[in-house]
Design a protein around this ligand. Structure first.
Ligand SMILES: [Zn+2]
Ligand SMILES: [Zn+2]
Length: 257
């Protein structure tokens, strides 16, 4: 066994214990939906508490906004519909085209961390270009991206409130990057989980003390306050996660600007 793979071998061995589940054509849709709902749940609970707790409200990026039951219901319904009608058939086609291969050996820890970061940076760039284009070309905005802008204040379940084209493009960007970079399946899984978490956090509507943008130094990461401002004002902060592309394009703004 390669020494570099040792820290993750036990983790990978236990993941391989579920190899029949991992090889199932139903796994990608089940995985993406359940991870998404799991990450949304704590923020939904905060939303329910926010009308009664001034402490919870103090962390809200837009303190006067409140996610109604109707908003939550419609967001949940659209996410379920998109997973069932679009993501499921596409992931089954992908499963037929590229059957799951599960090597015995785990990736090295450094390889996993580098792979996840590279996938995130690539995804961030791809969505920045896609997003900018879908705001600058009025037809693209009206036809494909406007749905995601239904809500001017973010809340966790608005993360996947998008039309078919946007849902499929984002799914494609997320799926193609580990393939392009030749990532190990464990790296791919960790990247998917991280990507779902960061997209939910972007839309959570709260600026919490442990938020990713507070943990990454130098203002390199935008996170929830940046993306919430994008939903509020439409004309800035097109990259989902990092700030460098908006900084280069002159489209980086903060809530206080
Ligand atoms: Zn937008
Ligand atoms: Zn958004």
């Amino acid at each position: 066994m390669n020494v570099g793979t040792m820290p993750l071998q036990a983790v990978w061995d236990s993941v391989l214990g579920y190899s029949s589940l991992l090889r199932s054509p139903f796994f990608p849709v089940f995985f993406s939906l359940s991870v998404y709902l799991f990450f949304c749940l704590p923020f939904v609970l905060l939303d329910l508490l926010s009308s009664r707790s001034a402490l919870v409200r103090s962390f809200k990026i837009q303190p006067k906004s409140a996610a109604s039951w109707e908003t939550m219901r419609s967001c949940l319904a659209l996410a379920l519909y998109n997973h069932l009608v679009y993501i499921f058939p596409v992931t089954v086609l992908h499963w037929c085209w590229r059957p799951v291969s599960l090597p015995r050996e785990a990736p090295g820890l450094l390889g996993l961390l580098w792979g996840c970061l590279a996938c995130l940076l690539l995804f961030d760039f791809q969505y920045f270009v896609w997003h900018l284009l879908h705001h600058k070309v009025p037809w693209l905005y009206r036809t494909f991206h406007k749905v995601h802008h239904t809500h001017t204040a973010t809340s966790a379940l608005t993360t996947e409130y998008s039309g078919a084209w946007e849902t499929l493009c984002l799914g494609f960007f997320a799926a193609i990057n580990p393939f392009i970079l030749g990532c190990h399946p464990l790296t791919e899984l960790v990247f998917f989980v991280l990507n779902i978490w960061l997209s939910v956090e972007d839309h959570c509507g709260y600026d919490l003390p442990w938020a990713t943008h507070r943990l990454v130094p130098g203002g390199l990461y935008g996170g929830a306050p940046h993306h919430d401002l994008h939903h509020l004002k439409f004309r800035s902060n097109y990259a989902p996660y990092f700030t460098h592309w908006d900084r280069l394009a002159g489209t980086l703004h903060r809530h206080e600007d």
